[in-house]
Design a protein around this ligand. Structure first.
Ligand SMILES: Cc1cc2nc3c(=O)[nH]c(=O)nc-3n(C[C@H](O)[C@H](O)[C@H](O)COP(=O)(O)OP(=O)(O)OC[C@H]3O[C@@H](n4cnc5c(N)ncnc54)[C@H](O)[C@@H]3O)c2cc1C
Length: 484
């Protein structure tokens, strides 16, 4: 298996594949990580996904808050059970370092200084041509996954369309020392645009400048800091020209999505499959979740037990998530970055957000906690949704739903049905069976009240639940193949 790109998506996927014993090589163009961080956190669902693999504890501390926003309008994510606005203040470079450490500990090979230049899928494998430190090289892989970012060479060389909307404006981002600015954490609308300033550490601030009426430029190099400081001064009247930039960059509101997440033996994940305005800090998080959706399916194919069509569910499930991602970030851009003519819409939106149902809908969408896949027959409310985080009491003591998913295998969790283990015995090499009861509030809707047992995929989504979830054997076959 070859993955192109050692960003958060590629590294997460590498770890997921290694959990299932698949040999993985990651080709990364850069000789060293840049240390630069576009993202500064991840969403609530991405946190749960990282926790499922025991990765949250590798971060020094993970602070969360329920107060967030939708397009700059305050939104309380606490309206959702287990909901919050995600982890904040974690530089993307730190997330990448954690993921690389985990993936390489599990045996993934990350080859730096290796740039994909071409590929050929001949139906039985993929020839991968790249420029390495010693010159041109070729490898052959059973599958290739392009996690190589918004300008993905994998996507272009495979000929996959990337339809969407052109950029309408250009924004600047910078980490700058010695500005002494007041914090504008959620951004501040000013005449002519929007500015954001958030303290990072050691007198360094993250600034974002959005000046309306700036036609996007086709840049091959980052902007000069003087350009950023001039835009900041035009919008705020504050002179930051003498501050020291650590790095600056430009980005836009272009929104595009790959028409196919899979063509033959080539797949796309993360920014290679979707680019959009970074509103609500969702890009890295969705990329990591693409990887967790794809990893076990690809491993099932390579390990020889994948049921028919399993790999195609990757496009079906994650393309639909990408559609909603582009829609919500576009909507947020319209609310956040437009001028006075949108004020009535913003005001009405603010009123709507006071209604619990509306707030829950939007918080569920941005946090990723509402993702529901089409998984099969039944009317149990957990079907297709993520297994909610719960403390559980098992024969070995107190544990959590996240801990039970650490192995990256399927999970049948039941409340003490003696016969159920027998019905899963043919899948014992793919599915763990655990008897448990709630270790917390018995009124919560899990095991003790309305749920007797759940079958969970390795990515944490429930594909069968009783009562009301169809036949267990059919669900096992559909998601975990034929019994051994
Ligand atoms: C201003 C800003 C703020 C953001 N804030 C957040 C946030 O708070 N939370 C969040 O979740 N997301 C955030 N994002 C989005 C996030 O940064 C991206 O979605 C994320 O980096 C995507 O990860 P990726 O691994 O898919 O792609 P990338 O991070 O782009 O990684 C792709 C990798 O592939 C490598 N590569 C490219 N081409 C080749 C090639 N031909 N051969 C070999 N290697 C190659 C690149 O060097 C790179 O290492 C933000 C984005 C911006 C612009």
């Amino acid at each position: 298996m070859i993955i192109v790109g050692a960003g958060p998506t590629g590294l997460m996927l590498a770890g997921e594949l290694r959990l299932s014993g698949v040999p993985v090589t990651v080709l990364e163009r850069l000789r060293e990580p840049t240390g630069q961080s576009r993202g500064l956190g991840f969403t609530a669902r991405a946190m749960e996904v990282l926790d499922q693999r025991g990765l949250l504890s590798r971060f020094d501390s993970v602070a969360t808050s329920t107060s967030g926003h939708f397009g700059g309008i305050e939104l309380d994510f606490g309206v959702l059970e287990d909901g919050h606005f995600g982890a904040r203040g974690i530089p993307q470079a730190r997330t990448e370092a954690v993921l690389e450490e985990w993936a390489t500990e599990l045996g993934a090979e990350v080859r730096r200084g290796c740039e994909l230049v071409d590929l050929t899928d001949d139906g039985s494998g993929v020839d991968v041509d790249f420029e390495g430190p010693q010159g041109a090289e070729r490898l052959r892989a059973s599958y290739l996954v392009g996690c190589d970012g918004g300008r993905s060479t994998t996507r272009k060389k495979t000929g996959i369309d990337f339809p969407g909307s052109e950029p309408t404006l250009e924004m600047f981002l910078g980490d700058v020392r010695g500005m002494g600015l007041r914090s504008r954490f959620l951004g501040e609308k000013v005449t002519g645009g929007m500015v954001m300033a958030a303290p990072l550490e050691d007198d360094v601030d993250r600034i974002i400048v959005c000046e309306r009426g700036t036609p996007p430029k086709q840049r091959t190099e980052p902007p000069d800091f003087s350009e950023v400081a001039a835009a900041w001064e035009r919008l705020t009247g504050e002179d930051i020209h003498d501050a020291t930039p650590l790095w600056v960059s430009a980005f836009s509101d272009a929104a595009r999505q790959a028409a196919e997440y899979r063509r033959g033996r080539v797949l796309l994940a993360g920014d290679a499959a979707h680019v959009h305005l970074p509103a609500g800090g969702q890009g890295l998080s969705v990329g990591v979740q693409d990887a967790v959706n794809l990893g076990w399916k690809l491993a099932a194919v390579l390990n020889g037990w994948a049921p028919n069509g399993l790999l195609d569910t990757y496009h079906e499930e994650r393309h639909a998530v990408g559609v909603r991602l582009l829609r919500n970030t576009r909507a947020q851009g319209l609310l956040y970055l437009t001028g006075e003519h949108m004020r009535p819409l913003r005001e009405i939106f603010a009123e709507l957000l006071e209604h619990g149902e509306v707030a829950r809908y939007l918080a569920g969408m941005v946090s990723g906690l509402d993702i529901t896949y089409e998984v099969g027959p039944g009317d149990h409310p957990l079907l297709g949704k993520r297994l909610p985080p719960r403390k559980l009491l098992t024969g070995s003591g107190v544990t959590s739903t996240a801990e039970l998913l650490r192995s990256g295998r399927g999970l049948l969790l039941h409340g003490g049905d003696a016969g159920i283990r027998e019905s899963v015995s043919g899948w014992a090499d793919r599915v763990d069976v655990v008897a448990a009861e709630s270790a917390e509030d018995a009124d919560r809707d899990f095991f003790t009240k309305d749920t007797d047992a759940v079958l969970v995929r390795p990515d944490g989504h429930v594909v069968w639940a009783t009562p009301g979830g169809g036949e267990l054997g059919a669900a096992l076959r559909r998601w975990f193949g034929s019994p051994a």
